[in-house]
Design a binder for this molecule. Structure first.
Ligand SMILES: NC(=O)c1ccc[n+]([C@@H]2O[C@H](COP(=O)([O-])OP(=O)(O)OC[C@H]3O[C@@H](n4cnc5c(N)ncnc54)[C@H](O)[C@@H]3O)[C@@H](O)[C@H]2O)c1
Length: 485
């Protein structure tokens, strides 16, 4: 199966727009196809709307953003895409027809994935050419912030297609969850629907309003669910004997039962109560306003969970680790040359980081804002330190380099989308200290935008005091000092 550089989207509504925003952010080009030409404006707006929250999710060095194009010619999209994500309305016959049509134009090594919320992949692949590359990749709204994607194969789906899809979704920062066998509604929507059915019953019987039922989640179980699911939470609730005690204590209630499996009849009266209830909860706020609020807390929650390396925070941490590692790898060649054979050694500062001024880095003057300079210089330092051996494994030994002094001098402005690069030299290395000099240049005219001198102290993090550098790390730094001064 192919390496994905271009994602093709079939259907560009709410979910197609979310896929576009996520893929573009992580450097994948997107060809969006929809039968309605007016959806081009919608998808561009959806991508722009997502940008603010996505930009705050991580400060790790990102590849250049992907490019978005739009077409209403589904076959043209299918011929150019490396992976196709289908997001058209949830109707089996429509999906079967369109997937079959698209599969005639997409080369057989192109994975075709459906965002379907509950249809079975075996049904979807029925009339396709090369049906073995069809799978379900079910995301969650907003696709650009929620990492979960359920991967489900049908009777004809190959392991190669599932593995290729898994690689791609991981690359764009997601958590692929393999579903062992196809069932209607996959995993999450079965669980969500069970909860929703109970909500409908309780609203129907005037047990509670929609707002009260949402409060019953938001103030309690909802907080727990971000880090631990129902099963692990119940294991904790059972005390020392865990799940066994929990089942003994609450098992009988499952037979009473507290809940009703069949959904109530969706009468006009029930629909009115649901609509009036949620409108009261929205309290005059528009969908856009509520979406912004939701996006802001989804970013903040994932950043907190990252500290605990749990759930979506573990996904974010793994993604950042990869982004830092690939930025360091890009800087690896010049660094390796600098400590390589004497005859080929470059002399002087090394070009360690290529980046671009992202729109969200701009201040009210239209220039790159102060703290982003520290971020860019920090990314260059990170690449250099990783090369000499100060990486996660080194830090786990209780040693690291802490910044003790930074002096930045600003010389010229950098505007939005301006290409930039950083030249770095090792000025000084001794037993416990490393001094670096970075120069940030504009790509278009090589003008010096800013320079920074930074002093780092080697510490034992567990003891909180300065300590001598590891011998091998120091030797590497000394070689770089000789080469880059
Ligand atoms: N909305 C959600 O929360 C959510 C979450 C996960 C998965 N899904 C699934 O994603 C899919 C899309 O849902 P949505 O909410 O984005 O729907 P939507 O109605 O917002 O978008 C569907 C888009 O498909 C386009 N379309 C219709 N027929 C087409 C065709 N023949 N060829 C190309 N485009 C066509 C429409 O013009 C529209 O732009 C569904 O299968 C749904 O079950 C939805």
């Amino acid at each position: 199966m192919r390496q994905v550089q271009t994602l093709g989207l079939l259907g560009t509504g709410v979910i197609g727009g979310g896929w576009a925003a996520r893929a573009l952010h992580f450097g994948i080009d997107v060809i969006a196809a929809d039968v309605k030409p007016e959806m081009e404006e919608w998808i561009r707006g959806a991508v722009a709307n997502a940008e603010g929250a996505l930009a705050r999710l991580t400060f790790a060095p990102l590849p250049p953003k992907g490019k978005l194009s739009f077409t209403s010619d589904l076959a043209a999209m299918a011929r150019q895409a490396d992976l196709i994500q289908e997001n058209i309305p949830e109707q089996l016959e429509l999906k079967q027809r369109v997937l079959a049509q698209v599969s005639r134009h997409a080369p057989p090594d192109v994975v075709i994935a459906s965002s379907t919320s509950g249809l079975m992949p075996s049904d979807l692949q029925r009339d396709m050419v090369a049906p073995e590359r069809l799978l379900v990749a079910h995301p969650f709204n907003p696709v650009y912030l929620l990492p979960l994607v359920e991967l489900v194969g049908g009777r004809q789906t190959t392991e190669a297609a599932l593995a290729a899809a898994e690689r791609f979704y991981t690359y764009i920062g997601m958590h692929p969850l393999r579903v062992r066998r196809e069932v209607p509604g996959h995993l999450t929507d079965r669980l969500q629907e069970a909860l929703w059915r109970e909500i409908l019953h309780m609203v129907n019987e005037d047990v509670a309003t929609t707002g009260e039922l949402d409060d019953s989640i938001v103030y309690g179980p909802g907080l727990r669910w971000a880090g631990m699911g129902t099963n692990l939470i119940y294991h904790l609730a059972g005390g020392e004997t865990g799940m066994r005690h929990m089942l003994r204590q609450f098992g009988p209630c499952l037979k009473w039962p507290w809940t009703k499996l069949e959904a109530p009849e969706l009468s006009e009266a029930l629909i009115d109560k649901m609509v009036a209830g949620t409108q009261a909860q929205a309290a005059g706020r528009s969908i856009r306003e509520l979406e912004r609020l939701r996006d802001d807390y989804l970013v903040a929650i994932q950043q907190v969970l990252r500290e605990y390396n749990i759930g979506a925070g573990a996904t974010l941490r793994a993604l950042e680790e990869r982004l830092y590692a690939s930025s360091a790898a890009a800087a690896g060649a010049p660094l390796a040359a600098a400590v390589g054979a004497a005859a080929e050694r470059p002399r002087g500062p090394l070009r360690l980081l290529e980046t671009r001024v992202r729109p969200e880095w701009i201040d009210f003057h239209g220039h790159m804002t102060d703290f982003r300079y520290l971020q860019v210089f920090g990314d260059a330092t990170d690449a250099l330190f990783r090369f000499v051996g100060v990486d996660d494994a080194y830090r786990r030994t209780g040693r690291s380099l802490y910044t003790v002094e930074t002096r930045v001098t600003h010389k010229a402005e950098a505007r939005a989308q301006e290409p930039l690069y950083v030249m770095t030299a090792v000025l000084e290395v001794d037993d416990k200290r490393v001094r670096l000099q970075h120069a940030l240049h504009r790509g278009r005219d090589a003008a010096l935008v800013a320079s920074a001198e930074q002093l780092y102290l080697h510490v034992r993090t567990d003891e909180g005091r300065a300590a001598p550098l590891d011998g091998a790390v120091r030797a590497r730094l000394a070689e770089l000092q000789a080469a880059t001064r």
